[in-house]
Design a binder for this molecule. Structure first.
Ligand code: 5RP
Length: 257
C-alpha cells in the first residue's frame, strides 16, 4: 500500500471562524426565520436588533411574511423600522405582544440579562415585559458567568438631583470592593464639552461599575435599586428571556432556554 509522505497529505478542513458582526447576522437571521405571519412583535434596539429588522424587512418584501406589526423599543428603532417599511403600532393599542426579539449586553447562565448599554432599557423592559415570548439574540461574547462582568449596569434616573441619586446608589453598594457609579456623558461638539447622555425619555443614565460583576441575590439588588427615589428603571432583566439564540464563532447556533 502506497501512502503519501506526510508533507503531501491535505490539511484538515479548517472550521469557519466568524467575526462578531457575522455572528450577530447569523443569530438575527435565525430569529427572523422563526417569526410567524400576523405576529405582534416587539422590536429591539442595538446593532444585533437592527440586523434582525433588516432580515424581517427582506421577508416582508419577498412576501413570505405578512400582517406582522411591530412595537419599537426606541426612537432609533422606530426610525429604522419606518425606512424598512415595517408596519408599526404601540403598546397602548397592543398591551399584550406575541413575541419580542432583542439583543443584550450580557447573558448569565439563568438567562438573566444586562441591557441598556445603548440607553434604551426603559422602553425595552416595558415592551419585552408585555410579550408572551422574549427571544434574545447574541453572539457568544455576551455570555458571562456574572452580570456586570464585562461593563456597566445602566440605571435610568430623573435629571433632577441626579448627583443625589448617585450618592444613594453608592451608599447601597458601599461594601462592594471596586464599585463605582458614574453619570453617562457624551461629547457635545457644539458646546465643546461632555454633557449628560439623554435617553428617549429625556432622562439620564448612571452606569454602575462592578469590578468582577454583581455578587448576591439579583432580585433583592433589583428591588433595592428601584426603591431609591429618583431611579426610574435599571438594565438588569431577571427571568424575562424565554430563550436565547447564541451565534458561535464556529458558525453554529445554540438555543438556551
Ligand atoms: C440597547 C440594548 C442592546 O440590546 C444591547 O446594548 C446590545 O446591543 P448590540 O446588539 O449592539 O451589541 O440593550 O439598549
Amino acid at each position: 500500500l502506497q501512502t503519501s509522505p506526510p508533507h503531501l497529505l491535505s490539511p484538515p478542513l479548517a472550521s469557519p471562524s466568524l467575526n462578531q458582526d457575522s455572528q450577530k447576522l447569523l443569530c438575527a437571521q435565525h430569529a427572523a426565520s422563526l417569526v410567524k405571519p400576523s405576529t405582534i412583535l416587539g422590536l429591539g434596539t442595538g446593532s444585533t436588533a437592527s440586523l434582525f429588522l433588516e432580515q424581517l424587512s427582506d421577508l416582508l418584501s419577498a412576501g413570505s411574511l405578512h400582517s406582522i406589526v411591530g412595537v419599537p423599543t426606541s426612537l432609533k428603532t422606530d426610525a429604522l423600522a419606518k425606512t424598512l417599511n415595517i408596519p408599526l403600532t404601540d403598546l397602548g393599542s397592543h398591551p399584550v405582544l406575541d413575541l419580542s426579539v432583542d439583543g443584550a449586553d450580557e447573558v448569565d447562565q439563568e438567562l438573566n440579562l444586562v441591557k441598556g448599554r445603548g440607553g434604551s432599557l426603559l422602553r425595552e423592559k416595558m415592551v419585552e415585559g408585555a410579550s408572551r415570548e422574549f427571544v434574545v439574540i447574541v453572539d457568544e461574547t455576551k455570555l458571562v458567568p456574572r452580570l456586570g462582568a464585562t461593563g456597566p449596569i445602566p440605571v435610568e434616573v430623573v435629571p433632577f438631583g441626579w448627583d443625589y441619586t448617585i450618592m444613594k446608589l453608592k451608599e447601597l453598594f458601599k461594601g462592594e470592593i471596586g464599585f463605582d457609579a458614574k453619570l453617562r456623558t457624551v461629547w457635545d461638539a457644539k458646546e465643546g464639552k461632555e454633557v449628560p447622555f439623554k435617553t428617549d425619555n429625556d432622562n439620564y443614565i448612571v452606569n454602575l461599575l462592578f469590578e468582577k460583576g454583581i455578587s448576591g441575590d439579583l432580585r433583592l439588588i433589583s428591588d433595592e435599586i428601584l426603591r431609591i427615589t429618583g431611579v426610574i428603571e435599571h438594565g438588569i432583566f431577571i427571568g424575562m428571556a424565554t430563550s436565547v439564540i447564541v451565534a458561535k464563532k464556529d458558525g453554529k447556533i445554540e438555543i438556551l432556554n
